[in-house]
Design a protein around this ligand. Sequence first.
Ligand SMILES: Nc1nc2c(ncn2[C@@H]2O[C@H](COP(=O)(O)OP(=O)(O)OP(=O)(O)O)[C@@H](O)[C@H]2O)c(=O)[nH]1
Ligand SMILES: [Mg+2]
Length: 441
Amino acid sequence: MFELLTGRLKNAVDRLTGAKRLSEKQINKSLREIRLALLEADVEPTVVKNFIKRLREKTLNKEIIRGLNPGETVLKIVYDELVDILGKNPPELKEGVVLFVGLQGTGKTTTIGKLANWLKKQGKKVAVTSTDVRRPAAMLQLKRLAEQVGVPYYDFEGEQNPIEIAKKTVQRAKEEGVDYLLLDTAGRLHIDNELMEELQKIKEVTQPSEVIYVADAMQGQEALNILKEFHNRLGLTGVILTKMDGDARGGLALSVKETLGVPIKFIGVGEKLEDLEPFYPDRMAQRILGLGDIQTLIEKAQSAIPEDEAEALALKVMQGEFTLEDLKKQLEFMTKMGPLDKLLKMIPGLGAYADKIKIDERLIKRKIAIINSMTPEERRNPNIINLSRKQRIARGSGTSVQEVNRLLKEYKEMKKILKKFKINNFGRKKGRLPFRFPFPF
Ligand SMILES: Nc1nc2c(ncn2[C@@H]2O[C@H](COP(=O)(O)OP(=O)(O)OP(=O)(O)O)[C@@H](O)[C@H]2O)c(=O)[nH]1
Ligand SMILES: [Mg+2]
């Protein structure tokens, strides 16, 4: 997937990562290479232009990210921007009628089969129908797929009017209380008015929660014009790119969100029912830039805690004295690392959950304020913190007694966990914390 682009971009950023210092000239050279790589991958020219413009602004007046050298900082910026143009957030699919549109042979019917399979595995109640009355084989194809997946195909045999089929099938879906009704439509070789009017009518009678355009990723940016036309007429809510298993150059994937503001929701990566993946912009950016590099980057940023402090902290933990003062240091360290949810998103496997975990930096700051409002005695020995002390601490930190209680509880829990580590992990690698801090907040 995107081999050419990946190779080219990797070349451009590899040179950067080694650099201890970067001149404006070097940055410009790299930006030129990135620009060429994107144009060669058939990314829409305005998208490329804006992308490079943002990169230039960010790289030229950027303080170095803690723990990263200048080259790595630029790579991180490229990564963040890439995630941005790919769509930022993981996809979601609203329940209701999902209308599938697109040109002939792009993979609509196959994708409906795959998506029905995927949704069913998520425990959703799914039904499918085709409104493609022109080719009897089209309906048969979807019926077979539905059988394979084990979801109902709503059949209205003899009904030759696509609009009538659409009306009836929505009615039936309502009666049966399905979560998703996936509705297939006929494709054409090119846009024609008749097709568009039919689709608009189907949209009117079905009131879909999603209108999904299925596009063949092998098509380049010329497909964007067709997409625009569909979007203008039908108001697309998402795109599914199929045939990503082929040697697509990536132009469409990188241009859709920026040009139309419509997110890519899934990608098709083969002909089988299982070959569908939700589209995660962060993972895609990692793939494009080379996963290993990004991982190294994250690890570096993670170890940005000064070595001597880490060692002292590790020692304390091993001796079983993890005080509130140490917790405060840990919290301060977390805020220094920059936007935490972004960092989490970069961690392979965690990306999808970063939004759910939602580490709120303001919350961490409040916790630090609570500890700051304690006396040294209280920090050393939290057991003496009674209700009147809690009330004072809450007032002093602009928080509430409940929040003070929560922090103390978290501290106790952490201490418990750390005690276990003391037994299990004693004498691990020097200079590094022998564990990852649990994030109970
Ligand atoms: N390799 C690969 N092939 C795919 C993928 N998705 C669909 N196909 C193939 O593309 C061809 C066309 O797929 P269909 O689902 O019939 O396309 P359609 O858009 O429904 O076509 P019409 O109904 O004729 O408009 C089939 O041979 C599929 O197996 C994919 O992600 N990867
Ligand atoms: Mg079809």
